[in-house]
Design a protein around this ligand. Structure first.
Ligand code: SF4
Ligand code: SF4
Ligand code: FES
Length: 240
């Protein structure tokens, strides 16, 4: 397996980005982008201009597509580096790798995604009492709980811009579990926040569903949460 990695690099937030091309070879046909970056970090690689390659700053943890930390942009689409097989690019001969584009770059492939977590705080995503584990994998609560908070859906969402009123699918997915599991009397504030920060801004393009690396059915989450937070809420107001 042989492919050229064209990696968008940036020394720090203030520096200008540049492209570094590295020829990468592996005897493992299943090698992932995350593993290749690990090999490069181990040293001994030169780029196509003959310069030694410095370790590539990035985030990763589980290497099992479970934590969402390694999200990057691969050939223009957000994806998990540990879920990206390099053999898919072998025929083309190269692959472009860069940081997620909707978040501030800290260095190389590392971005500041703290806005995702401050949105959860603003929505009030917590329960006073422990919630039961969803009993079967078809449950909406189970589907919602699979969200990695990786931000890939925000990358492709035409309506999401960090710091603005619309929070995007990562926040909506987290809200979906509580809207499904909390009793109505304990979720009034969340219903209002969901309506304000998601329902009123979502254009329903479903780009989030098509890109989600966890394969979450964001359409079902949306339909369920809209019914729980908006339609039933309006119905309650109408009928006192
Ligand atoms: S909905 Fe999917 S793409 Fe969006 S944050 Fe959750 S896991 Fe990532
Ligand atoms: S349906 Fe479209 S607008 Fe709504 S969260 Fe998903 S990508 Fe964004
Ligand atoms: S390192 Fe955890 S999802 Fe890739």
């Amino acid at each position: 397996m042989r492919v050229r990695l064209d990696i968008k690099r940036q020394r720090d937030a203030q520096s200008a980005p540049y492209l570094q091309s590295i020829l990468y070879e592996s005897g493992d046909e299943n090698v992932t982008l995350a593993s290749a970056l690990g090999d490069i970090d181990a040293g001994g690689f030169k780029d196509t201009d003959g310069r030694e390659v410095e370790p590539i700053i990035r985030e990763q943890s589980c290497l099992q597509k479970k934590c969402g930390a390694c999200a990057v942009v691969v050939d223009g689409r957000p994806a998990l580096a540990c879920g990206t097989r390099l053999r898919d690019f072998e025929r083309k001969g190269y692959v472009n790798v860069g940081p997620l584009r909707k978040f501030p770059v800290i260095a190389d492939l590392l971005v500041d995604r703290s806005v995702i977590f401050s949105q959860l705080t603003q929505l009030g995503i917590w329960a006073e009492n422990a919630l039961p584990c969803p009993e079967n994998t078809d449950d909406i609560a189970y589907e919602a709980s699979r969200c990695l908070q990786c931000g890939c859906c925000l990358e492709v969402c035409p309506n999401f811009c960090p710091g603005e009123k619309f929070f995007g699918m990562s926040a909506a997915a987290a809200a979906s579990r509580l809207l499904e599991q909390l009793p109505p009397s304990e979720r009034r504030e969340l219903e209002k926040a969901y309506s304000r920060h998601f329902y009123s801004g979502c254009g329903k393009s479903l780009a989030c569903r098509d890109i989600c690396p966890a394969g979450i059915d964001t359409e079902s989450l949306m339909v369920n949460s809209n019914a729980a937070a908006v339609w039933k809420f309006l119905g309650r107001r109408k009928h006192g």
